[in-house]
Each structure stands twice: as structure tokens, then as C-alpha cells.
Design a protein around this ligand. Structure first.
Ligand SMILES: [Zn+2]
Length: 334
């Protein structure tokens, strides 16, 4: 991105009470968009569509445009002041050139530029989707009013973002917060990132279910697939292997949290994503492992809570890159 473009993209956008921003959330399973007002509420209805499982880069782009246009139409096509995007990573940031692991049609796709061409004369800002989730929880969710927060997602992958001194932390290349690749077991399984023993290699949904299958678990219902959702249901029915699988993943998250707060002295960790919906199955062993490994008084003060926002968090967090840019959008000039 050229220097002048970065400066233009950094400009603070002033929103009146009736103004809104388009928030776009692009993940491996769904694409969602909605209009967000300056207080973080959704104007009208959000619109969502499944992410095409295969197809070309152009096909994927067409779906994104359609989702945006439907979200705009569902709210009476108001004039928007900008577009914020949370997209699955990795990406070149702040340029918004994306190569999401779970969207194989897009490799080096210039998402920010394409959106600017389609919606001219307004700023377009793209960040990692786990980071936008953290921003949303800090802005209007479970971490609101707290200065030092981690937001993380335990789902098909494990991601996160953190806020220190009320500012989103980007890191040198926009990748700060990759808690999924913190090592929690040096002898643990290899990770698709190329590393070994990462939190994500153990705690992500497919790994949690995969470990249970290795231990002999098969879904109680013959029609159900052997995934994390079925595993949670069987664990609630008292399946010992299923319970142990969640305990193993929860423990790994607890270990990571103890390390992360030792580094960052956090007030709160907000945890969202599909696996957290299993409630105490994951959260109880997580808290136990955290209590076991966190020794210092400042570590122990970390509050660990489930996410407050629903599936609109991705849209709201994406919009916050525009609406609350003083807190959540701070790329350097070069
Ligand atoms: Zn990894």
C-alpha cells in the first residue's frame, strides 16, 4: 500500500447519530454483513451466506458482493461512511491482501483494493477476524471498560487479539494475538502452521474430536458425524472419552492463558467460538489448569469469561475499525 493510501486509510471518520458503516465478516464457513451505527448496534438485519466450498476466486468475490448488497438493501440502502472487514488469515496487513487457510480460492486476493473499487470514495479497512472479534468484545461486549484484554476464539481454529492500554495491538505485520500457535506441549502433535505442540493443534474443534476418535469414541447417534458438536452432545450424555477430550483441550487453553497473562498482565480473557458453547465441559478444566499454572498474584487476577456477543460480533468488530479507529485501527505509515 502506498504511503498516501495508508494515510488516507488512517483518517478518522466522523459519524453522526444516523450514519453507519458496513461490517463484513468473511470466514471459512460463512460470509456475513450488516450495517453498524456509531454506538455499535446493528441497523436493520444482517445478511449471511455460506462460503462457497469450491470455485474460483471470482465466484468467491461475487458471493461477498452479493452479501454486502443484500445487507445494504435490507436496511434501505443508506449511505455508508466506510467498510470494515474481519477476514480469516493469514493476510498482508494493512494492505488487506488475503490468503485465508480455509478459503482456498483466495491466495493473495486483493480484498481491500477490490472493495474500494466496488464502493469508491469511502475507507475500507481489513483485519484478521479473531482481532475484530476481540475489538467487538472490548468495545461493547464482556471486556468493555477494561484496559487490558485478550479476546480469543476456540472453534475450527484457535485465534485471538489483544488490547493493551485501550489500544488494539497489531504487531509488526498485523499478526499479534495468534494465541493458537503458542506452544502448550513441547511433545504435542504437529500443527498445520508448521510448528509443533501449538494450542491450536490440540484444542481446535477437529483436533478435539480427532483425539476422541483415536481413543475409541464413536458418535452415540449413528447418523451424526464425528465432529466437535456431536462430541459435546455425547459428553453431556456422560461419555467418558468425550468428557476427557474436552478436558484435554480446556486444559491446553488454561495453560496458554497462564503464559499470555504472565507476559501481558491482562484484566480479562474473553473466550468465544463453538467449543465454548459446550459450557463447563471446556471452561471448567480450563479454569483448573489456569489456577494450577498461574503462580503470580497479577496472573491470578485474570478474569476468564465467555464471550457476550452473539454471531454479530464479527460484523460489529469489523465496523469498529472505522467507527472506533482511535482504539482499533493504527497501522504505521510504512
Ligand atoms: Zn501452530
Amino acid at each position: 500500500m502506498s504511503k498516501s493510501n495508508v494515510i488516507e486509510e488512517r483518517a478518522h471518520v466522523k459519524l453522526g447519530p444516523k450514519d453507519c458503516v458496513l461490517g463484513l465478516d468473511i470466514g471459512g464457513t460463512k460470509i456475513a454483513a450488516g450495517l453498524v451505527t456509531r454506538d455499535g448496534s446493528l441497523l436493520g438485519r444482517m445478511h449471511r451466506s455460506p462460503t462457497p466450498a469450491r470455485g474460483t476466486s471470482d465466484r468467491m468475490w461475487e458471493v461477498v458482493v452479493k452479501v454486502c448488497e443484500k445487507a445494504l438493501a435490507a436496511s434501505g440502502n443508506p449511505k455508508i461512511k466506510g467498510i470494515g472487514v474481519g477476514c480469516a488469515g493469514p493476510m498482508v496487513w494493512p494492505d488487506g491482501v488475503v490468503s485465508p487457510l480455509n478459503i482456498t480460492a483466495w491466495r493473495g486476493f486483493p480484498l481491500q483494493r477490490r472493495l474500494k473499487e466496488h464502493f469508491p470514495k469511502i475507507p475500507v479497512r481489513v483485519h484478521n477476524d479473531a482481532i475484530t472479534m476481540a475489538a467487538a468484545e472490548h468495545w461493547i461486549g464482556a471486556a468493555r471498560g477494561l484496559d487490558h484484554a485478550l479476546g480469543m476464539v476456540v472453534s475450527t481454529g484457535v485465534g485471538g487479539g489483544f488490547i493493551i492500554g485501550n489500544q488494539l495491538v497489531d504487531g509488526g505485520l498485523g499478526n499479534a494475538g495468534h494465541i493458537g500457535h503458542v506452544v502448550v506441549d513441547p511433545t504435542g502433535p504437529s500443527c498445520h502452521c508448521g510448528g509443533r505442540g501449538c494450542l491450536e493443534a490440540i484444542a481446535r474443534g477437529p483436533s478435539t474430536a480427532g483425539w476422541a476418535v483415536e481413543q475409541g469414541w464413536t458418535p452415540h447417534s449413528k447418523e451424526a458425524s464425528a465432529d466437535a458438536k456431536t462430541l459435546a452432545s455425547d459428553a453431556r450424555d456422560g461419555d467418558e472419552i468425550a468428557i476427557a477430550a474436552f478436558a484435554r483441550s480446556g486444559e491446553a487453553v488454561g495453560i496458554a492463558l497462564a503464559s499470555v497473562t504472565a507476559l501481558l498482565d491482562l484484566d480479562i480473557a474473553v473466550i468465544g467460538g463453538g467449543l465454548v458453547q459446550s459450557g463447563p465441559l471446556l471452561m471448567a478444566p480450563m479454569r483448573r489448569a489456569f489456577a494450577y499454572h498461574a503462580g503470580l498474584k497479577f496472573q491470578k487476577r485474570l478474569r476468564i469469561v465467555p464471550a457476550e456477543l452473539d454471531q454479530t460480533a464479527g460484523i460489529v468488530g469489523a465496523a469498529s475499525l472505522i467507527i472506533k479507529s482511535s482504539n482499533y485501527w493504527n497501522p504505521r505509515d510504512e
